[in-house]
Design a protein around this ligand. Structure first.
Ligand code: GSH
Length: 210
């Protein structure tokens, strides 16, 4: 088994954090997105969409999509449970992870892709859309701050995949000059707590490589 990943990118980072939380070691192959190594024919053979992460199995088959890969490892290594335990908790985690993907990561990513120079020659940028994503995200941060007033983690009392999605999104946001306002004290405290976890700190894009 091999994981095709990219150290600084948020989606593969979700898988890396997930694996670290579970104590699972998988050999990795670093794909340099700046050099467009994700767009060469050999990589497109693994994922025709040209995106990381991709999990390669020993039979030569491939699995893409961060959450699908995380689900695979949740099934093979159930402890600690990062998608919740029991019908209700699992549904709650699913709801919160989807919210973090659509409402937080989606807006951070929209802002980054449509306002940052990295994407200039890669996609057709619509600056106004990027700024709309930034404003929408500001509203979503206020909402999340309110949600976190009564619990330590996004989906409740335990750290879950929803926290992983959210923290990787906020770390990506820094590239697009998105910061959690200090006035949002619950969200700020949550971010500090989650960022201090060894799995998250060790994979921080701000960390020097090597
Ligand atoms: N929905 C996919 C998204 C994968 C994705 O967009 N990956 C990014 C890195 S975070 C990528 O490979 N981008 C290609 C590029 O930068 O050209 C997932 O969850 O894995």
């Amino acid at each position: 088994m091999k994981l095709y990943t990219s150290r600084l990118a948020p989606n593969p980072r979700r898988v890396t954090i997930f694996l670290a939380e579970k104590g699972i070691e998988v050999p990795t192959v670093e794909i340099d997105l700046v050099k467009k190594e994700n767009l060469v024919p050999a990589f497109l053979g693994r994922n025709p969409l040209g995106r990381v992460p991709v999990l390669e199995f020993d039979d030569g088959s491939h699995l893409s999509e961060s959450i699908a890969i995380c689900r695979y490892f949740e099934a093979t290594h159930p402890e600690p449970a990062l998608f919740g335990t029991g019908a209700r908790a699992q549904a709650d985690v699913e709801m919160w992870n989807r919210r973090m993907e659509f409402e937080v990561l989606g807006n951070v990513s929209g802002c980054f892709r449509h306002t940052h120079a990295y994407w200039k020659d890669r996609i057709e940028q619509v600056g106004d859309y990027g700024e709309l994503c930034r404003r929408t995200l500001e509203e979503r941060m206020k909402w999340l701050d309110g949600e976190l007033s009564g619990r330590p983690y996004i989906a409740g009392e335990r750290f879950t995949v929803a926290d992983i999605t959210a923290v990787t999104a906020f770390d990506l946001g820094k590239v697009a000059k998105i910061r959690i306002p200090e006035a949002l004290s619950n969200l700020t405290a949550w971010y500090a707590t989650v960022s201090a976890r060894p799995s998250v700190a060790a994979t921080s894009p701000a960390r020097k490589s090597g």
